[in-house]
Design a protein around this ligand. Structure first.
Ligand code: NAD
Length: 491
């Protein structure tokens, strides 16, 4: 089959998994297709792994432990830098492919692939400086406790489709430089980027068996990774329901879960409304709202409600929905049919309970696929609506109104999620009061809910996750503490 890529004719690629140092098919010979949400074309065909394939990858990773541990920390840091260097000249090519595979606008794809470089190199630097304490004995005054960190062993990494380049760049290389061997399972909507990423690791010289890539359904590949007793550490980034399924079978292994969000943005009556509108639009429409820390809900003080809503609608009218490969496109298609159906379900539920669509609200016509969704502003949202209670994950700005600080806090905290939130106010005391009361892993003051950097802790509370990642915390997630107890006595 022929497809058009970057204006040229190209065969549909038949890609492989990477197990024990070789590019392989599934033992079953079964495959699955990856279709572009932007064009509807089949981009590639990949192996559909079986449990047997996953077990083979886990065994290879176990065997390869000695190979990664044979490398000193400076040698592992060098590997990380080599991967980053190899990727650097090819950012544009990968960005275009990412846009075709995931659907996000080319400017966002470029930023995502560019971000791979600092993610890897910052963590390599963090590893150089990873500190652990030395403690003096208290109950045992002649003892000194030397605390160190050791790798976990075999680590399983399961990632979602919303950031197909950033996810492995945040976790896969980091697990390896910590001295683990990895079995990596990307989302089945976006495995092409994962193959490209792993190709760089292989090229850079990551030893045989230390990186294994297994593609296929979460219920098979992901579940086996979670369940298998030879896997010592597991990191899943995905939906809360998936996290619950993984936690049920994971048994006694170190599990880090980075799950869904339902980020509230609170706009007080003294807020800078222009800035709040800009941040709301960014958080709602970036990556078509398919971001764990998207602005999922906007809580606006009744005194500034009308002004805020008017300005947000005007701002939303300027969001250009279109071909994601065009430079001036702000909003591309959503990634897949189930996620669009979820958005439709939430909007329908809200409207049936009295919410009002002020702009957008439906799939857009005239595009190559049915995954293009209009940027949407929906007002009169109330706490009982699905759009407030659950993660919507679409280009939607739902507006709720409040009249007191207590009410805003109650609405914001009234969902099972707790990832990121934002408060807009000019009053320092109000800002810090909200910062203390909001039950989210991070609270942004006068900025978008969608805010993230390389080196601060990323924590989901309540049903948004278990454990921390980001900067040195990622390295901590992939290592365990060990204490050497030293007796110092007069010789
Ligand atoms: P998902 O949970 O459907 O899939 C995530 C990964 O888990 C995929 O690789 C999938 O194949 C696999 N999987 C699915 N079912 C599984 C099972 N039963 N056992 C093991 N693995 C299984 O999530 P998604 O739709 O790909 O991604 C969107 C979700 O990810 C959103 O909820 C978003 O908020 C969340 N997310 C969270 C963060 C964070 O840092 N907290 C970052 C990005 C995305």
């Amino acid at each position: 089959m022929i497809i058009i890529f970057n204006g040229e004719e190209k065969m549909v690629e038949k890609l492989k998994m990477y197990i024990d140092g070789e590019w392989v098919d599934s033992v079953s010979g079964e495959t699955f297709e990856v279709k572009s949400p932007a064009t509807g074309q089949v981009l590639a065909v990949l192996p559909k792994a079986t449990v047997e394939d996953v077990k083979r990858a886990i065994d290879a990773a176990e065997e390869a432990q000695k190979r990664i541990l044979a490398l000193s920390i400076p040698e592992r840091v060098k590997l990380a830098y080599k991967v980053a260097e190899l990727i650097k000249p090819n950012i544009e090519q990968h960005a275009r492919e990412l846009t075709l595979e995931q659907g996000k606008p080319i400017r966002e794809s470029r930023a995502e692939v560019e971000d791979v470089i600092p993610n890897i190199t910052w963590n390599a630097e963090d590893l150089k400086r990873l500190e652990t304490p030395v403690l003096r004995g208290y109950a045992n005054p002649d003892m000194m406790y030397i605390v160190t960190r050791e790798p976990l062993g075999v680590v399983g990494i399961i990632t979602p489709w919303n950031y197909p380049w950033l996810m492995p760049a945040e976790y896969v290389m980091q697990a390896i430089i910590c001295g683990n061997s990895v079995v990596y399972k990307p989302a089945s909507y976006t495995p092409i980027s994962a193959v490209r990423f792993v190709e760089y690791l292989v090229k850079a010289g990551v030893p045989k068996g230390v990186i294994n890539l297994v593609t296929g359904p979460g219920e098979v590949v992901g579940q086996e990774l979670a369940r298998n007793e030879k896997v010592n550490g597991l990191l899943l980034v995905g939906e809360t329901t998936t996290g619950e399924q993984v936690a049920k079978v994971a048994g006694v292994k170190k599990v880090t879960l980075e799950l869904g969000g339902n980020g509230p943005m609170i706009v007080m009556d003294d807020a800078n409304i222009e800035k709040a509108v800009e941040d709301a639009a960014f958080g709602c429409y970036n990556n078509a709202g398919q971001v764990c820390c998207a602005t999922e809900r906007i809580l606006v003080h009744e005194k500034v409600h009308d002004k805020f809503v008017r300005m947000l609608v005007e701002r939303t009218k300027k969001v250009k929905l279109g071909d994601p490969l065009k430079e001036d496109t702000d909003l591309g298609p959503m990634n897949n049919e189930p996620v669009v159906q979820k958005v439709e379900r939430h909007i329908k539920d809200a409207v049936s309970k009295g919410a009002k669509i002020l702009f957008g609200g439906k799939r857009a016509e005239g595009f190559p696929t049915k995954l293009y969704f209009e940027p949407t502003v929906i007002d009169n949202v109330t706490p009982d609506m699905l759009i407030n209670k659950e993660e919507t994950f679409g280009p939607v700005a739902p507006i709720l109104t409040f009249s007191s600080i207590d009410e805003a806090i109650e609405i914001a905290n009234g969902t099972p999620y707790g990832l990121s939130s934002a408060i807009h106010t000019k009053d320092l005391n109000t800002a810090f009061y909200f910062a203390e009361k909001l039950k989210t892993g991070q609270v942004v003051i006068n900025g978008p809910v969608l805010l993230w950097d390389y080196h601060h802790p990323w924590v989901g509370v309540k049903k948004s996750g278990i454990g921390a990642v980001g900067g040195k915390w990622t390295l901590e997630a992939f290592t365990q503490l060990k204490t050497i107890l030293l007796r110092i006595a007069k010789p």
